[in-house]
Design a protein around this ligand. Structure first.
Ligand code: HEM
Length: 124
């Protein structure tokens, strides 16, 4: 399957290009540029994240839900669609079709669960 086409060394250039496009996006760019001071650290963290979720390397030890909840006031479901559209474009441009499809399917599932955590949280 597509996962077997993904190599660890593909991930740093992929996240670098993705966040370059994110930062250039008029809607998503300001959220990330305001939140992130140390871009090399963020890119390293995201390469580790994708390595953990696609290659089960266990390299990422973080908590994505609280990281996004901090920015709840600025994040909407429409922005998740925009994020996913940029991920589809970037993975299609940089990866084999099989690898891109696997990365896109995984991102859609994670985006769904992040949105459930962010937008459908019960009060109290
Ligand atoms: C971190 C924004 C979607 C994965 C962050 C941060 C921001 C952000 C601002 C930095 C948090 C901080 O430390 O202050 C967004 C926005 C999204 C989005 C605006 C969509 C509208 C996603 C999706 C994924 C993802 C779909 C995964 C597929 C991550 C990860 C981190 C992160 C792994 C690092 C969390 C940590 O510190 O361990 N995101 N994000 N994000 N994001 Fe997103």
């Amino acid at each position: 399957d597509g996962v077997s086409k993904i190599r660890e060394e593909d991930l740093p250039p992929l996240v670098e290009e993705f966040y370059a496009r994110i930062r250039a996006d008029p809607e998503l760019g300001p959220i990330f540029n305001d939140a992130i001071d140390d871009w090399p650290e963020h890119l390293g963290k995201l390469a580790a994240f994708w390595s953990s979720v696609m290659l089960t390397s266990g390299r990422y030890k973080g908590q994505p839900v609280p990281a996004h909840l901090k920015h709840k006031a600025r994040i909407t479901p429409a922005l998740f669609e925009r994020w996913l559209a940029l991920w589809v474009q970037t993975t299609n441009d940089m990866m084999t079709p099989e690898a891109a499809a696997a990365l896109q399917a995984k991102a859609r599932r994670i985006a769904e669960s992040l949105q459930l955590a962010m937008f459908f949280q019960l009060e109290g």
